[in-house]
Design a binder for this molecule. Sequence first.
Ligand SMILES: [Zn+2]
Length: 179
Amino acid sequence: MTAIAEKYSRAIGSSHLEWRIDPGAIDVLTAAGLVDDSLGVGLLRLRAEFDSISLMPSARHMIPRLKSAAGVTTRLIALIMIRNAGQRPIDPREIAAKLLDHWLSPQCPSCTGRGMVDHPAAVGGGRCTQIVCGACGGSKRRTLFWKHEEQAFADMIGAEMEAKVDAASRRIRRLLNSA
Ligand SMILES: [Zn+2]
């Protein structure tokens, strides 16, 4: 077995979860010229870097500390500007920052991703009941409080990010499994 093949097979063990791939495996594949360092791969790498240093509910203050942040942010801003094509009065930097924050830490901070919170009556010693979280409406995902048009545009970019990550993830997995 070659050194690279050994690294590939070691990486498989830690890549069983969807979208979670050992950053070392991505480095090996990138160095071998097998994957492009595109937005999808960049997002995977960014998430791996984030996971290795943070368990915090909010990613925003952590992003500048991540090695891949500058490159991924630049690519995402470019994608936002291309897709917007001057049609909406948006701030591409703000949308990119919020999308990356959401990408790294999608959980609603109010209910910590449970979708339910304790009923206020329970605090005063009343019967403990759970009600739907008002911040996320039970979706469990962080709400970004954008204007409707901005939210719809950001949702579209977010879906494209997920599609790129999904494609990059499948490609990397195929390469790892064929090593
Ligand atoms: Zn919530």
